[in-house]
Every structure is written in C-alpha cells, then in structure tokens.
Write a protein that binds this ligand. Structure first.
Ligand code: NAD
Length: 402
C-alpha cells in the first residue's frame, strides 16, 4: 500500500451514533493567532497553535491540495483530508504529501454524515475547512444537479455532522471549534464598470454554480444564528496557480498555447476578474481560521483586476519568452473569439479591506510574478496534466445550452 494513511471507510454495523463516540480526548483546542502580520513563507511561525486535527474537505482539488501542502509545511497539527475524487480531484495533486505522517487522506463524500461524524471523533477534529464543491460554471450550465447535490445538500450534511460533534464537546472546546466555509465572490452577482463587492453586498447569484454556493453560504450563516455553531465564511475572487484542472481559463490557455491549439476567448474577452495567487488564498484562510470572529464573513481578493483578454495576452507573452522556439509563435496568433457563456457575468472585484485591516492579511504575490510561476509550473509538470486529463475531459468546450 503506497500510503498507509489512505483510508477507505465502511460504516460499522449499526451505524455511528454520537453516544458511541469517544467524547473528548482532553487536548487543548484553543485558537490563538500569532500577533502582527504573518512572516515570509520560509520560517513562518504557524498561525494556529497545537491542538486537534483540522478536517479539510475537497483537499484533492486545486485550492484544497495547495492548502493541505501549505498546512503541512507551516502548521504543526494533523490534517484529515476528505475527498470524493470526482473528475476534479486527483491523488496526483497530493503525490508529494500523501505519505506525510500528519496527513490522513480519506476517500469519501461530504454528504455522508456518518462518515464525517466518525472522522470528527476519530481524529478529535477542532476545525473543518470546507473546500469540497462542484466548481466549474460551464459544467453547472450543462448539468446543475450535481451542484445542488454537493454544494447545497453536501454542505448541509457536513454542517449537521459538525453540529453534532461540536454539541458533544465540553464548553471550552465548543468555543474554540471552527467551521470555515470557503465560498466565492460569484455569489454577489455582476458589477458595472465601477465599485467592488464588500461583505455586505446583497447576494445576486447568476449561474447555477453561484446559486448553489449562495445557498450553502446561507445554511452556514443559519447554523451560526440558530445553533451557535462557530462558523466563518470566506468569499474569494478567482484563483490561479499550480494544480488547477485544465478546464479553467489560465491552465487551458497555457497548455493550448504551448501545443499550438486555438485559445478560445468567450465573447469579446472584456469580462473582468480579480485574480489571486492560490497560496495567498490558502494563507488568507489560515489567517481567518486563526483570527477571524465566529459568525463573520471575510472577502478575499488580490486587488488585481484584469480582462480575460489581458490574461490570455499575458500568458501568450510568457509562453513566447519561456519557449522561444515554438513553430506557431507568437502565441497571440492562436487567440480565437468564440460564443460567449450564457449569462456570463461582466465584472467581479473584491474589496478586501476587512481582512487586510482587521486580520492583517496581505497577498504576497502580484499578478505578473504569480502568473510566471504558474506558467513555469505547467511547463515543468506536463506529466501531471497528462495523468489528470487521461479520463473523459479533453479540453473541449463546455457550458453551451444545447
Ligand atoms: P476543484 O473543483 O478544483 O476541487 C473540488 C474538490 O472537491 C475536488 O477534489 C473534488 O473531488 C472534491 N469534491 C467534489 N464533490 C465532493 C463531495 N461531495 N465530497 C467530497 N469531496 C468532493 O475546486 P477549487 O477550484 O479547488 O475550489 C475549491 C473551493 O473554493 C470551492 O468551494 C469553490 O467554490 C471555492 N472557490 C474557488 C475559486 C477558484 O477560483 N477556483 C475562487 C473562490 C472560491
């Protein structure tokens, strides 16, 4: 067996009830953030103190796998990683940390309440970080049902299991427990040419994806107000970086540019997104976990607005520089305008003042440096790309209403 901690769970006969669970193993579980601004990656002190494990869901996906890697490098407590391994989740994205002694990978579904409850108790979990989701807008247009199943029902079942575990803890542990739900700026809808989303912007989701995330955010909020579960919600802008599935804009463009394939730009390409390097997002989540106030929402963004066309043109320039002998250079000649996404939101922009001023979080990467790192990573990791796209997905166009 390549990784001893890989657990495929089957329910015990008669199921799991909270009464049969080990109650509380007596570890100190308080969250104390370090004072002041977080330090550079090398030698950074942990943001969280010693204590029980954190349960990360969706940790074999893009952001989740980066989070698990950063957690193991910078924190000291164990991470239990629950992932269903859908088309978007892949153990190849965790290959370098699968055998880590503080990493316990579990293949399973967040909607499986008994499994979740078992894991919370078995690992004495003090915090849940919920990344698990169906995440691609184009797929939500083709098949919205899976988005309701995982993003709405799955989050609800996860909340229920967390609430049962949390209720069984003694008071000192209950106040230290956290349920952090990772959400998106897309729940706020589309902006005009000016203005930014703040934490109090009314929700106006426009796609089945953003509607399902909005519904899950509302359930998380309700579990705080109704039951007192200490929740945190983060709404982040578009992420980019290593290990992103190549159906998303940036990896798709890098790979197609290198291979001389068309670079499909939706509509006029002037849709604006606010880009954040994935490691900065992961560090923001750890900051909110350590220092955020239960019941609060924190917007996360890089203050880095770019049109999709600008993003593609920058990728073309980087690929031209890094691969000087491509026969189809310049790569910008591959740009092809295609039919727009139905209901395509025009502009997203995040006002991240709250997390910057209240929690002292700042992104470390700017768009140019982060994008260069990302292009280099995809050039150096072609075998990862080949392995994770060896299934059904072949970089074809998705999300047109047929
Ligand atoms: P992803 O699609 O790359 O990964 C999702 C992961 O969840 C996969 O590993 C998948 O196997 C797993 N999963 C799906 N259904 C599951 C289930 N029922 N039970 C357990 N695991 C399941 O997504 P991502 O881009 O890494 O996004 C992670 C989270 O961050 C999502 O909640 C998304 O809404 C949010 N988010 C993403 C972005 C972005 O730009 N990618 C921006 C803001 C917020």
């Amino acid at each position: 067996m390549p990784h001893a901690s890989l657990l495929r769970w089957s329910p015990p006969a008669g199921g799991v009830t909270i009464g049969k669970l080990p109650k509380y193993y007596g570890k100190s579980g308080s969250f104390r953030g370090v004072e002041g601004v977080s330090k550079p990656m090398s030698g950074s002190p942990p943001l969280l103190d010693e204590g029980g494990a954190v349960l990360v869901t969706g940790g074999a996906g893009f952001i989740g796998s980066n989070f698990v890697r950063q957690w193991l490098a910078e924190e000291t407590s164990p991470v239990v990683n629950l992932d269903k391994l859908t088309y978007a989740g892949n153990l190849d994205s965790l290959a370098d940390v699968l055998d880590h002694p503080r990493h316990h990978f579990v293949h399973g579904d967040i909607a499986d309440g008994e499994l979740v409850l078992h894991l919370l108790a078995e690992h004495d979990v003090r915090a849940v970080v919920n990344f698990a989701a169906e995440s691609h807008v184009d797929r939500s247009i083709e098949g919205p049902a899976a988005f309701v199943e995982t993003n709405v029902l799955g989050t609800f079942r996860l909340l229920e299991a967390a609430r049962r575990w949390w209720s069984s803890l003694p008071e000192s542990r209950r106040s230290a427990f956290r349920f952090l739900h990772v959400s998106t700026d897309e729940v706020y809808g589309s902006l005009g040419p000016t203005g930014k989303f703040t934490e109090t912007t009314p929700y106006a989701p426009n796609s089945p994806y953003s509607a399902s995330k909005a519904a899950s955010d509302h359930f998380v909020r309700a579990y705080h107000h109704t039951y007192g579960l200490p929740v945190l919600v983060t709404n982040c802008s578009n992420n980019y970086g290593p290990y992103q599935f190549p159906e998303k804009l940036i990896p798709l463009m890098i790979l197609n540019a290198v291979e001389g394939k068309p670079l499909p730009v939706y509509g006029d390409g002037l849709q604006v997104r606010d880009w954040l390097y994935v490691e900065d997002h992961c560090r923001a989540i750890r900051t909110v976990l350590a220092r955020g106030r239960p019941g609060e929402v924190y917007n996360i963004g890089g203050n880095c607005e770019r049109t999709n066309l600008e993003v593609v043109q920058t990728i073309c320039r980087l690929v031209d520089q890094l691969c000087p002998n491509l026969p189809h250079a310049p790569c910008s000649s591959l740009i092809t305008y295609v039919a727009d996404r139905p209901g395509h939101d025009r502009r997203y922009a995040i006002d991240a003042t709250k997390i910057r001023t209240q929690l002292q979080w700042e992104p470390r990467e700017n768009f140019e440096s982060g994008l260069r790192r990302t292009v280099v990573w995809y050039l150096e990791n072609r075998s990862w790309v080949e392995r994770i796209t060896s299934g059904k997905y072949r970089r074809e166009r998705l999300g047109l209403i047929r």
